[in-house]
Structures are given as C-alpha cells and as structure tokens.
Design a protein around this ligand. Structure first.
Ligand code: HEC
Length: 197
C-alpha cells in the first residue's frame, strides 16, 4: 500500500483543499457561532438585569423602607442628640429611660427614694456629706455640725429643702433631688443630725 494513496478513510488527496483553507474556514465558522452565542448570553443577561431592577424597584426598596426595624434605626440615628425642656409645655417625652435591664420601671431616671431618713441620706446626701465633698459638713463631724445645730432644726430643714449657700460651699436644694418630698428631706436631716450628736 502506498502512503498517500486514496483509501476508504481518506479522500483523494488531489480533491482535498489546501490545509490553510480548511483551518480558516473552520475558524470563521467557529467565530460566527461563538459571537452569536456570546451575543445571546449578553442580551439575556441585560434582559434579566432590567427585569430584576424593575421588580426590585416596586418591591424591594419599598419593603426595606417600610420595615419597622429599618425605620426605627433611621429615627434613632437622625434624632437630635439633645432635648430641651420648655417651661409650660408638655415635657413628659423627655423623661430619661432607665437603662435596659435595670429594676427601675418607674417613669423617670431617678430611682424612687425611700421614705426613711437613713435611706434618703444614703441615696442622696452621702454624695457630699459622706466624705465632705465641696465643703459639705461630714455627717459625723460633731465640730462642724455644732454651730449648725445651734441654728435650730427648723433652719436646717429650710436650708436643706430650699438650698443654702454658706461660707463652706453650696448646699443644693434638697441635695439636688428636687423630686424628693419635704418630708423625705426632713427625715434625712433628722438622720444626719442624729449622726452628728
Ligand atoms: C452637692 C453636694 C451636697 C449634697 C448632695 C447634699 N448637701 Fe447638704 N450641704 C452641702 C454643703 C456644701 C453644705 C454646707 C453649706 C455651707 O454651710 O456653706 C451643706 C449643708 C447642709 C446642711 C446644713 C445647713 C446649715 O444651715 O448649716 C444640711 C442640714 C444639709 N446640708 C442637709 C443635706 C441633706 C438632708 C442632703 C440630702 C438630701 C444634702 N444635704 C445633700 C452640700 C451637699
């Protein structure tokens, strides 16, 4: 058998096109099909994208914007950082919320004061009178209290309830707890006086 002779499997070499022609024909055919496929895929992607955007514009964004958590988050972030109580207006919205998890379920930030003098003294007055902060006479400092006791209990009550500025410093009205009743402050004064005696 001759090497280049026509067989069952190979066409007659004299009828075959030259090799470079075969390749370029296959290349251009592949390129055409490939371009069409790529074009179709790009078109499909664009159509899907437009479709998704159209659907999302009518549902997604609205749903997110009306989501209670989202709305609450925005309200939280844009709320003014300070609030001002205006005299003569309803300031009930300004009460400071107790920290979450605290036992205080009351309306205000201040824990309810006990009614007994010792309780009020320990909750409020010790802040200054415990260690003698800001010139406050220490509760058990007899020397400091002697001249004050000499004024009479009525004066001590008055100074504790209304506030008092003496030589030693400033005693704020009700020790700063203006929500305390006069009776609570008087009880605290009584307790403090008992410590100084
Ligand atoms: C912010 C600090 C502070 C707190 C809180 C405070 N005091 Fe005073 N208190 C003072 C100072 C300062 C004086 C001394 C004023 C002076 O004589 O110059 C004083 C003085 C007093 C006097 C003597 C007044 C006089 O006529 O000599 C009484 C009574 C008194 N405080 C009661 C209380 C009671 C009751 C409480 C708690 C409900 C309290 N204080 C909380 C700072 C404080």
């Amino acid at each position: 058998m001759g090497p280049a002779g026509p067989t069952r499997y190979t066409p007659d070499p004299s009828k075959r096109p030259p090799p470079d022609e075969i390749v370029s024909k296959q290349d251009s055919q592949f390129f055409n099909v490939f371009s069409v496929v790529i074009g179709l895929l790009v078109a499909a992607a664009l159509i899907l994208m437009a479709f998704a955007r159209a659907v999302g514009a009518n549902t997604q964004v609205q749903h997110v914007r009306s989501d209670p958590e989202y709305v609450a988050g925005v309200a939280e972030r844009v709320k003014p950082f300070a609030r001002v109580a205006v005299a003569g207006q309803d300031n009930s919205a300004l009460v400071i919320d107790p920290p979450t998890g605290s036992a205080d379920t009351g309306a205000g930030a201040l824990a309810a004061l006990p009614d007994d003098g010792q309780g009020v003294y320990e909750a409020v007055c010790t802040a200054c009178h415990g260690a003698g902060i800001g010139g406050a006479p220490k509760a058990d400092d007899r020397a400091a209290w002697a001249p004050r006791l000499a004024q009479g209990t009525a004066t001590l009550y008055k100074h504790a309830i209304e506030g008092y500025t003496g030589k030693a410093g400033v005693m704020p009205a009700k020790g700063g707890r203006t929500d305390a009743s006069d009776a609570q402050i008087q009880a605290a004064v009584d307790y403090m006086v008992s410590l100084a005696k």
